[in-house]
Design a protein around this ligand. Structure first.
Ligand code: ZN
Length: 142
């Protein structure tokens, strides 16, 4: 199997079966973000306990990249300390904008999104869920 095919599989799996996804009624999301260039929308709720991300719920209506990235984020974040999540989120956003590569360990499934860097207009699709949880953590005072 070619690496590109594997990455495609990972993205499609997250897109078709987004983790920690549920319908969040309008007005009940801690963060409600839109990406007008692509038409993506993410509603997100989160909980923090003892300095860690305790729960994340996403309601994503968007393209495959946006939904897959949101799913990967929702899978990764719970259990992480707030500091670790913020570091990973910053590192991922920087890498997507042409900054240094994260290690394979840090990336995990996110490696499948690396190719999006070739399409600058889609980078926001890949980073918006991460930014959304960052904003939710700000709102929670975490
Ligand atoms: Zn998109």
């Amino acid at each position: 199997m070619q690496l590109d095919d594997l990455y495609q599989e990972i993205i499609l799996d997250h897109y078709k079966h987004p983790r920690r996804a549920r319908a969040i009624p309008d007005g009940e999301a801690l963060v409600d973000e839109e990406n007008p260039t692509c038409g993506d929308r993410i509603k997100l709720n989160a909980r923090v306990a003892d300095g860690r991300v305790a729960d994340v719920q996403i309601d994503c209506a968007g393209c495959a990249i946006c939904t897959a990235s949101a799913s990967m984020m929702a899978e990764r974040a719970p259990g992480m300390t707030v500091g670790d999540f913020r570091r990973l989120s910053r590192g991922f956003a920087a890498m997507m904008r042409g900054g240094p590569e994260l290690s394979e360990d840090e990336l995990g499934d996110l490696a499948a999104l690396r190719g999006v860097r070739e399409y600058p207009i889609r980078v926001k699709c890949a980073t918006m869920a991460w930014h959304a949880l960052d904003r939710a953590l700000d709102k929670l005072g975490a």
